[in-house]
Design a protein around this ligand. Structure first.
Ligand code: DGL
Length: 268
């Protein structure tokens, strides 16, 4: 692999949720170019087996590597939980960043000595990746994991209001107050869009954290220490999706918080 700092940073997710991570990356690294791939044809990853998630993740990475990237961000918790080490091995020496470690770091910093409530996909919770990352950072901390697959479906509505939203969100929070947790960790890149709705449902002292900012910080530090960062640049983003360009532009804009003008359809 050539050490070319002018190359873009590759980012992929199972769909559009990873755009919440891209938004933080763009803020932290405005001079960098990005390639974003959403594997919308095969979403959700969060109900798939580890083997399938690893295969999908490797195919997504290969497409980005073929385009030319200097580092990779797995902007999907499920893929980070199951495929980080696999991608590091297969694509070495490409620097690969997942979102689980970064999310765990953000939560431990926020939680102090209170418990952490993790909401994520079925597969992320089943992998134990967050539980492991959190307890290795803070061994005595109480960690509660809840699968919230319906939150992914709700988020994919792209901000259309639903009379069921409150009930769906509350479902994965049952027992939160009684547990004594004070931190809600959004362990899925789709979930930051619910930040305000969740804050309204939870006790006012609750801290809500996600992995976007801490991931962006880790990538920025990694680029500098590998001398791969750019001092100047236009900060362009090129978007790829495996299905539904029109929907990607519309719903993706909701996750990114900015308009998406052009999406190229690709096959994996
Ligand atoms: N992006 C996935 C994650 O962060 C959620 C959507 C899915 O299940 O594919 O785990």
């Amino acid at each position: 692999m050539t050490k070319d700092n002018t190359l873009p940073i590759g980012v992929f997710d199972s769909g559009m949720g990873g755009l919440t991570v891209l938004a933080a990356l763009k803020r932290a690294l405005p001079q960098e170019d990005f390639l974003y791939l959403g594997d919308t044809a095969r979403l959700p990853y969060g109900t798939k087996s580890p083997k399938t998630v690893r295969r999908y993740a490797a195919q997504a990475t290969q497409l980005l590597v073929d385009q030319g990237i200097k580092s990779l961000v797995i902007a999907c918790n499920t893929a980070s939980a199951y495929a980080l080490q696999h991608l590091e091995q297969v694509f070495a020496p490409l620097p690969v960043y997942g979102v689980v470690e970064a999310g765990a770091q953000a939560a431990v910093t926020a939680a102090g000595s209170s418990g952490i409530w993790v909401v994520a996909t079925e597969s992320t919770i089943a992998s134990g990746a967050y539980q492991g990352a959190l307890t290795s950072l803070a061994p005595r901390l109480a960690v509660y994991g809840r699968a919230a697959p319906l939150w992914v479906t709700l988020a994919e509505q792209g901000g259309q209001t639903s009379e069921f939203e409150g009930a769906v969100l509350r479902h994965a929070l049952g027992g939160f107050e009684a547990s004594g947790a004070n931190t809600l960790l959004l362990g899925c890149t789709h979930f930051p869009v619910f930040r305000d709705a969740l804050a309204a449902l939870l006790p006012s002292k609750t801290v809500i954290v996600d992995s976007a900012q801490t991931t962006a910080l880790a990538v920025a530090q990694g680029l500098i220490s590998a001398r791969l960062n750019r001092a100047h640049g236009a900060g362009r983003v090129t978007y790829f999706a495996t299905d539904g360009e029109t929907r990607f532009r519309r719903v993706g804009g909701y996750f990114l918080g900015a308009a998406i003008d052009q999406v190229t359809l690709v096959d994996l």
